[in-house]
Design a protein around this ligand. Structure first.
Ligand code: CLF
Ligand code: SF4
Length: 290
């Protein structure tokens, strides 16, 4: 039985547990991505592995060893999260990792973050592996708006561009959220706020994802880069305004630290990534999946 929203509010740093000093470890096991967000530089090379900026991809076995090491150094860690650097459903690495962790560290909360393209078809896998908390990044529920944020998807081996791809993405996100939420898994939705593109759309997103069963909503301010490098980042006032609109429909999370895909510790308080992960590279600001 997965943790309820109420449980997570005490023990998961991204669902309210920050007040109890709950920590998390991110395990960078998921390599490739299957969509192309316009604000994300998906180039992965030797110098810097983007997006999510992580040191290196781990195998599921390596990841589980790292968890043991991290718990020794930081016993506040209550959550094992997988948030990239690519998409967690684009390969089986995240599921295989969670399966090992479930056996070895049954008390850890299993947290997964995805863009949701494959969530509809993989919802049962998410349920079967016993994920406690799932985050889906939903940046729009209108394909016209989504197409301004995402240039294409790779879906069952086919590249589908623009609004056509955006429509498939949105349908799969919402249907996937419905299935997973109906099974009792707590769902958080992240939205990257790009004021000139989805600034006026936040209320619609919050309403739709809440109706689909999501419990909590997190607004991530755009870091202008890649194709959206000329967009204006939201001000604190923009973010607060968006939160206020969203809060009419759903709980709003206000303590996001925009963690890297290999973050370790209590968000905003302690960071042990350098000790835990040997080969850490330049931490440039980039998009975080959370
Ligand atoms: Fe990680 Fe995300 Fe799980 Fe949290 S982070 S996968 S839900 S354990 Fe948290 Fe970090 Fe913000 Fe994410 S503070 S970026 S919301
Ligand atoms: Fe993929 Fe995430 Fe980058 Fe979007 S932001 S292209 S979902 S890795």
């Amino acid at each position: 039985m997965s943790n309820t929203y109420k449980d997570l509010q005490n023990s998961h740093p991204c669902f309210g547990g920050h007040k109890n000093n709950a920590g998390r470890i991110h395990l960078p096991v998921s390599p490739g991505c299957n969509i192309a967000c316009r604000f994300c530089d998906r180039t992965i090379n030797d110098v810097e592995e983007r997006p999510g900026v992580t040191s290196k991809i781990l195998t599921p076995e390596e990841a589980s060893e790292i968890v043991g090491k991290a718990l020794d150094i930081c016993p506040d860690i209550k959550v094992a999260g997988i948030a990239g650097p690519g998409d967690t459903l684009a390969s089986d690495n995240a599921f295989n990792t969670f399966r090992i962790i479930k056996g070895k560290y049954p008390d850890l909360i299993k947290c997964m973050s995805t863009n949701g393209l494959l969530l509809n078809e993989r919802a049962q896998d998410v349920i079967d592996v016993g994920i406690d908390s799932l985050t889906v990044t939903v940046n729009a529920i209108d394909p016209k708006i989504e197409a301004k944020l995402n240039s294409f998807i790779i879906y069952h081996g086919k590249k589908i561009e623009g609004e056509e791809g955006a429509k498939i993405l949105i349908e799969n996100q919402l249907e996937g959220i419905r299935k997973v939420a109906a099974a009792g898994i707590t769902v958080k939705v992240n939205t990257v706020l790009v004021p000139d593109i989805n600034g006026e759309h936040i209320e619609d997103i919050a309403k739709a994802v809440s109706a689909a069963g999501a419990k909590i909503y997190n607004i991530i301010p755009l870091i202008p880069q890649h194709e959206l490098k000329d967009q204006t980042a939201p001000t604190c006032k923009d973010i607060e305004g968006a939160r206020l609109k969203a809060s009419k429909y759903i709980d709003v999370f206000r303590h996001c630290q925009h963690c890297r895909a290999d973050a370790v510790g209590v968000p905003g308080k302690s960071e042990f990534g350098d000790q835990i992960y040997q080969r850490r590279l330049n931490a440039k600001e980039t998009f975080s999946h959370g």
